[in-house]
Ligand binder design. Structure first.
Ligand code: SF4
Length: 311
């Protein structure tokens, strides 16, 4: 990748955690390319740098190469559409350009929070370039086992890199704080947010202003790794972060690949019992701040259309 960013889609997105999407949606900018190469990638259409996307007429395009000014224009266009925040999805490899765009947008008066949505396979030093620019980090923590991360993503040092990255994210944002949309001065602490009445949450938009939400997608057959990982997050961060435990694994991996790498368990969805077991484990082990997905989400598709809309 070069300093010319490549974007596959920029549009309102409604399927993040409720405090990110709210009711109006998060302004998601999906970047092309990725620092990882997961065999089960839902977004592999765009995660590979040479991937092609089709526009609304089915015409093949290979993601547009854009510059900093174009990204700033996209931020303002998403705000105009009603986005609650700007959600930079897999922008890790474009950080210098993205940091310039955020800085310049802020100088022009742009006031929505910025969310950085990442695989966490990123050097802490790179994240330092975003210090003071990102309000909310939304990092994955995919595996704790080096063997599994090697088998499934081709990197045997994932745990070490991701841990250092998340430490840096927390250093930048501190503990989570939420606010009530329309009342910029509200400061809702995690303990109050967790106790909020469903009616209040239903009637209002309670959004995260700053903080770290670590996401963990449970892979079928890998519940043991999930439990160890969740335990480590609880031990290391306690209630200083939120942990979002996800069940939406969609088997897009090819059968031949799954067999070749010896991970045929990835050909199936996660079953409800396995998900409940991990959630029960997290509760028993003292998780305080978390998000879970309801039962039906594993039947839904969360794969957006990668036509170059919004660009
Ligand atoms: S980190 Fe996410 S986007 Fe990148 S290859 Fe893995 S699943 Fe795909």
């Amino acid at each position: 990748m070069t300093d010319r960013i490549m974007i596959a889609r920029a549009d309102l997105h409604f399927w993040e955690e409720p405090c990110i999407s709210g009711k109006s949606g998060s302004g998601a900018v999906f970047f092309m390319g990725c620092t990882m190469g997961c065999v089960f990638c839902q977004n592999n259409k765009i995660a590979k740098s040479r991937a092609e996307i089709s526009d609304a007429n089915g015409e093949k395009k290979s993601g547009e190469k854009e510059d900093c000014q174009k990204l700033i224009d996209i931020f303002f266009a998403l705000k105009e559409k009603g986005a609650n925040n700007i959600n930079l999805v897999t922008a890790d490899h474009f950080i210098p350009t993205v940091a310039s765009a955020i800085r310049r947008a802020k100088e022009e008066g742009f006031d929505l929070p910025f969310v950085f949505n990442t695989s966490s396979y990123i050097k802490a030093d790179s994240l330092k370039l975003l210090d003071g620019l990102i309000d909310v980090y939304l990092p994955d923590f995919k595996y704790i086992s080096d063997k599994i991360s090697w088998d499934l993503s081709g990197c045997s040092d994932y745990k070490k890199i991701a841990k250092m990255a998340i430490d840096e994210m927390f250093r930048q944002t501190g503990r989570p704080v939420f606010y009530m949309k329309g009342d910029k001065d509200t400061e809702i602490k995690p303990c109050d947010y967790n106790d909020m009445d469903e009616d209040v949450l239903e009637k209002n938009e309670v959004l995260i202003r700053r903080g770290v939400i670590v996401r963990h997608l449970i892979l079928p057959g890998h519940e043991k790794d999930s439990k160890e990982l969740i335990n480590m997050l609880i031990d290391d961060y306690g209630d200083n972060i939120y942990i979002s435990i996800m069940n939406q694994y969609t088997p897009v991996i090819e059968e031949e690949t799954a067999r070749r790498i010896g991970h045929e368990e990835l050909l199936k969805k996660l079953n409800d019992d396995a998900y409940e077991e991990v959630i029960g484990f997290a509760i028993e082990n003292g998780i305080e701040n978390g998000f879970i997905q309801d039962g039906e989400t594993c039947d839904e598709s969360f794969i957006p259309e990668f036509d170059p809309r919004g660009i």
